[in-house]
Design a protein. Structure first.
Length: 351
């Protein structure tokens, strides 16, 4: 057996630990990920082969309570099925997942897979909030119980942002938990209003949102999160978080009035600034930087002919053109997706 500090056998000239050992580790990780997915698929196949009608009947009991378009309905049904599989004891006093584990106990490919299956029996779906992002790892906080869990997404193309909401279930795997099958996610902006709705729901029921509550009420809680549709009024009512953010808005409005921006357009600019603040919670040390950058952002994206220059804005707000440029880039990175979401509304305001 080759030592970790010996020259690698591939002839690269590097030590084994800095060369092919890493490739072996990566290869083994892919094997484990493949087995992870296979176990999840086996569980789902077992459930649908034996209890498809029972699962469909269960989701139908809740569907009529919500107004869901096709895509949302499909996501909701799958989440209700997961909830039923993992939490509801049937006539045999077992959940569907517990029955699967008992039935397949002697068939698991390796002890580690058996260990996963046994631990997963305790899992249940909930609504999670992204509380921290560090590299490939996320810290998710159960919105109701406040319990935090470390999450790693496998082969996920798009990253999540802090304060977004995720409806789904996470199960143990290696150094962090992973998603079981799929999730339904709501953006930061939607999350603000959804959290208000969930708080109202909890206050009306006057119930402590503990684990048992979430396990029992998940279909109702998930339906409220998935059903929600953000309106223009919701966005315009978003509050500022501190005096610095308010000051930026004051400086912007003064400059916008000088440029004779229409009221509707100023409302949308207010909305964009609110969204940015909610997403980023910026530490603002120089309010004119952000006010000037907001003017420049609007000019770049919405004016038929570009009227503003970074140099002129720097002179107007008594800041450097470089400050306008760097702050504009911060706004642009976060607000581009928002522009697409409200594209028709913006065009109407401009017209």
């Amino acid at each position: 057996m080759i030592g970790r500090n010996e020259p690698c056998l591939c002839g690269s000239g590097k030590k084994f630990k800095k060369c092919c050992e890493k490739k072996q580790d990566m290869s083994f990780d892919r094997v484990l990920e493949s087995e992870l997915l296979a176990l999840q698929i086996d569980m789902m196949r077992f459930a649908y082969d034996k209890y498809a009608r029972e699962l469909e009947a269960e989701s139908t009991k809740f569907l009529h309570k919500f107004q869901l378009e096709q895509e949302k309905q499909e996501a909701y049904e799958e989440l209700v099925h997961l909830w039923y599989m993992f939490t509801v004891k049937r006539t045999n006093k077992l959940t569907i997942v517990e029955e699967f584990v008992q039935t397949n106990e002697s068939k698991f490919s390796r002890p580690q897979v058996k260990e996963w299956a046994e631990k997963w029996q305790l899992a249940y779906p909930s609504v999670y909030k992204v509380s921290n992002v560090r590299g490939d790892f996320y810290t998710m906080e159960d919105y109701f119980t406040k319990e935090k869990v470390r999450i790693k997404f496998i082969e996920r193309a798009e990253s999540l942002s802090k304060n977004e909401l995720v409806v789904g279930m996470f199960v143990p795997f290696q150094e962090a938990n992973v998603v079981f099958m799929s999730t339904f996610e709501r953006g930061t902006l939607e999350a603000i209003k959804i959290e208000e709705k969930l708080q109202e729901l909890l206050q009306n029921e006057r119930i402590a949102a503990d684990t048992e509550y979430v396990r029992a009420q998940f279909p109702t809680l998930a339906g409220a999160v998935i059903e929600f549709e953000l309106t223009e009024k919701d966005v315009q009512e978003l509050p500022m978080q501190n005096e610095a953010q308010e000051k930026v808005l004051e400086l912007f409005v003064k400059a916008a009035d000088q440029r004779r921006y229409p009221e509707k357009f100023k409302e949308f600019a207010h909305m964009l600034w609110s969204v940015y603040c909610m997403k980023e919670s910026p530490a603002i040390r120089n309010e004119p930087n952000y006010a000037a950058a907001l003017i420049y952002f609007l000019d770049v994206h919405f004016m038929q002919e570009q009227l503003e220059t970074q140099k002129a804005l720097g002179e107007e707000f008594n800041i450097s053109p470089g400050s306008v440029s760097s702050t504009y880039r911060k706004l642009d990175e976060i607000l581009q997706p928002v522009i697409q979401t409200f594209k028709e509304d913006f065009e109407a305001a401009l017209n």
